[in-house]
Design a protein around this ligand. Structure first.
Ligand code: 5GP
Ligand code: ZN
Length: 139
């Protein structure tokens, strides 16, 4: 994908601060971090969506991201980390090469997810919603 900024980073055409690389994934520093040490883990194959990433590559992304989260805790004195993936523009995806964010977190880092908590109208409505999802679920 010649116009994809992350494919160009993989190809070495755009510089990046690399953290880890293997045959399947690349991890590098996010240029505009939520907290210092914020890292992106990307598949070397171009996929717009996480949903088209093969299981072995997706698994490697998650494994590497978790190890990097632990390394951030140990090296930069963080308390924990978030793994975040935005799939689709409505979900906040800006770069259309699927990527997993590793956001190191401190207890008092001042960053808050705007996480609302809706309530289902009834147990039946929650079950109906679940049934619709299960009907379309393809693993
Ligand atoms: P998204 O909003 O798509 O989930 O996240 C895209 C991320 O890519 C953002 O956090 C942004 O800072 C990062 N980013 C965008 N362009 C570049 C770049 O050229 N280099 C690096 N290292 N990160 C980038
Ligand atoms: Zn790409």
């Amino acid at each position: 994908m010649e116009n994809c900024i992350f494919c160009r980073i993989i190809a070495g055409e755009i510089p990046s601060t690399k953290i880890y690389e293997d045959d399947l994934v690349l991890a590098f520093m996010d240029i505009s971090p939520i907290n210092f040490g914020h890292i992106l883990v990307i598949p070397k194959e171009h996929h717009n969506s996480s949903a088209s990433i093969p299981e072995n590559i997706a698994g490697r992304m998650f494994y590497v991201a978790s190890r990097i989260g632990v390394a951030c805790k140990r090296s930069l004195d963080y308390d924990g980390f978030n793994l975040h993936l935005a799939d689709g523009t409505c979900a906040g995806q800006v770069v259309m090469h699927a990527h997993l964010h590793v956001v190191p977190r401190g207890l008092d880092d001042g960053f808050h997810w705007n996480w609302r908590q809706l309530k289902y109208e009834s147990d039946a409505v929650r079950q109906e919603t679940a049934d619709k999802i299960v009907e379309k679920l393809k693993i």
